[in-house]
Design a protein around this ligand. Structure first.
Ligand SMILES: Cc1ncc(COP(=O)(O)O)c(C=O)c1O
Length: 305
């Protein structure tokens, strides 16, 4: 579903901002996760795999999505989790405890070991010491994921001047670049301070009709500030759309800032992909609560203009 946002800034700049509500595709495999997993699940089935093996951090959207996909499609699942310290703290972590309740088994590893295993998937497979494992890379990002993401765009989307998404591993951006029309500009808003993101995207697409914007990382991956939380709460009140703090809120902030400063010209039509990730709000709020910081609102009955 595409939803046009009504915000005073957009009206004053005569910019149309349409949100593609990929977050509504599936309650646990939301947004880009659903798209990234689609062809990987098909490949796992063709290979007669019995277990999906993947990687992720403590609050990973991809870990939960893979656990849900496995449960729904008749696979077992194993997650290699970054951070040995999480081993005895699964109950305190909403993402991991939901994944566990869907049947996922965990292998907790140190950050160094995690880096080593994500770079060498054979080593990771050996940890499971059995056949029938289908390996899905970190973030679910591989060529099959890019193929799935490219299916996000439909005929009505080709009228937009800009297509925007958040960038983690770069596979989502690459899928959109592959699917977009030549005259469309794809803007990727980095969610982490990683200056080689273009090289990551370049692994998945040879086209160059995109730009990666590094100005709205808010200090790095999964970092958040009080003003960003305030913006998220205000957008929710004004539009009824809830964004996630790690990816889509930073993209949204970046889009509005670019509109405000005129980098996105008057009269433009922007299509922004809501890639989901809302499951991460609970974990983020419990961290914010410990710091006595403002919390992210998750529901709001009032819809202001
Ligand atoms: C909600 C959400 N949005 C955007 C992204 C970024 O996608 P990619 O890793 O394909 O760049 C992710 C991470 O995969 C995500 O979980």
């Amino acid at each position: 579903m595409n939803q046009a946002l009504q915000l005073p800034l957009l009206q004053s700049r005569e910019v149309t901002l349409i949100i593609k509500r990929e977050d509504q595709l599936h309650p646990l495999m939301s947004g880009n996760k659903f798209r990234k997993l689609k062809y990987n699940l098909e490949a796992a089935r063709l290979k007669k795999a019995h277990t999906l093996l993947t990687f992720g951090g403590a609050y990973s959207n991809h870990i939960l999505a893979t656990a849900a996909a496995a449960a729904e499609h008749g696979f077992k699942s194993t997650g290699i989790i970054r951070g040995e310290e999480l081993n005895n703290r699964v109950d305190e972590n909403p993402t991991l405890s939901k994944a566990q309740s869907l049947g996922m088994k965990f292998i907790f590893v140190s950050r160094e070991r995690y880096r080593e295993l994500t770079r060498d998937e054979k080593k990771a497979k050996h940890l499971c010491a059995q056949d029938g494992i289908y390996m899905i890379p970190e973030g679910g990002s591989n060529a099959l994921a890019v193929k799935g993401v490219a299916e996000m765009l439909t005929e009505e989307d080709f009228a937009a001047d800009y297509i925007c998404c958040s960038v983690g591993t770069g596979a989502t951006l690459a899928g959109l670049v592959e699917a977009a029309r030549p005259q469309q500009r794809v803007l990727g808003f980095a969610a982490l301070d990683h200056h080689d993101l273009a090289a990551e995207v370049g692994r998945f697409t040879k086209k160059s009709t995109y730009e990666i914007i590094h100005d709205y990382t808010f200090g790095g991956y999964a970092k958040i500030t009080d003003p960003l939380v305030q913006c998220m709460n205000q957008w929710l009140k004004q539009t009824g759309v809830l964004f996630d703090p790690v990816y889509t809120a930073k993209m949204m902030f970046g889009i509005l800032d670019r509109v405000r400063c005129g980098a996105i010209p008057k009269g433009s039509v922007i299509l922004a992909i809501h890639t989901g990730g809302l499951q991460g709000i609970e974990g983020m709020n419990s961290r914010l609560e410990k710091k006595n910081a403002p919390l992210i609102l998750t529901s709001c009955s009032k819809k202001a203009s």
